[in-house]
Every structure is written in structure tokens, then in C-alpha cells.
Design a protein around this ligand. Sequence first.
Ligand code: OGA
Ligand code: NI
Length: 208
Amino acid sequence: MVYSEDKWISWVDELAEKDIVIIDDFISDELYKTIMDFFSVIEENERLKKAGIGTSQDYQIQKEVRGDLIYWLDPKRDPPLLLFFNLMEELREKLGMYCFISLSGSEFHLAKYPIGSKYEKHIDQFNKRSNRQITVLIYLNKDWKKGDGGELKVSNEEGGFTVEPIAKRMLLFKSNVVEHEVLLTNVPRYSLSGWLLHQPAALGSLLG
Ligand code: OGA
Ligand code: NI
């Protein structure tokens, strides 16, 4: 186990209460380096591909709405990321224990937002596919500074707030309720993001 039970409980409580939790330095320096080394190899081998949105086929629209390049991870094909997958298993287990959310699976991708790209306001549950329960965002931008852009803007009833995409920070939020967007980035922006997926829960769920 990477984190103490107390830490998990406080994070899971905050997620349940506020729909979103931000955890700084969630990944270690070692794991950060492992992910970045892996990311470099994927990028050099030109394995990052234009991301789609929902079921839209229109490339022009996709480009305007969402400008990132992604690579879907696979625990079997991508063994260098074993530590990461283990950590996500721990997360899934704790959410099950303390929130009664039954999460049967997960999906993760690397994402690069090239200079001048963004992702317009959306929620992560598409109309035709609603099994995404918890969004996981891990930011990887080491020397991020004000003016670099690419902040995550979260909208809520009070208006909202922005989150800087700084290295080793993790965000968790409820995929079905939290509206968010990626603001235009002025530098290449790196992240590892994904979703914990649903299975009907026997004891009820904080997601309602
Ligand atoms: C997404 C998304 C936000 C981010 O991929 O659905 O909203 O900060 N990403 O990378
Ligand atoms: Ni999103």
C-alpha cells in the first residue's frame, strides 16, 4: 500500500462531499520519471493520435472542440507503467471500501495538448456511454508557470475555479456532474488521465 488509510479516507471524504478533490504530489518523483520516460518513447515513435469526442465524425469540429493527442494505455502492452496501474488499483479499492462505489474497470490515456490547443467545456459522460464514474487527472508539467496556460477550469454554482496543471498533482472528480474545460495552452501540456468505470453497486453509491 502506497498511502495510509487515514490519507485515503480524507481524500475519499472530500470527493464524496465536494464532488472533486485535488491532491498535490500524489505521484512520487520515481513514478513521475517512469511516466515521462514512457511518454517520450511514445511521442518519439509517433504513437500519439488525434483524440475524438463522443461519436462525432467531423474532424473539423473535433479539432476546434478538443485539440489533444492521446495514447490509450494497456497494462499488458505497457509493463513499464506497472507501478502506476497498481496505484490505480489501490485507488479503486479504497473508493469501493469507503464510498460503496463499485468500480469494475478503468481506462487511461496519455494526453499531449500541443501549443494553441484546448478542450471546450464538457462533462465526461457521453450520451451513449455513461459508465464513466470517476475522472482521474494526473498532471506532468514540471516547470509550469503562470502564462503557460492550459489550466483546467471547473464550473460550479458559484462560478468556478481554475487548477494549474503542475507536475505530480492528481485530481479526482465525479464524471457525471463536474463541468470542466482545458484553457488554451501556450506550451505543450502533458497529462495522464482516465476514468474508473461503473458496475451496479449493491450498497448504493455516492454518485446517486
Ligand atoms: C478530458 C479532460 C482535462 C485535463 O480528457 O476529458 O477534460 O485537464 N481533460 O486534461
Ligand atoms: Ni473531460
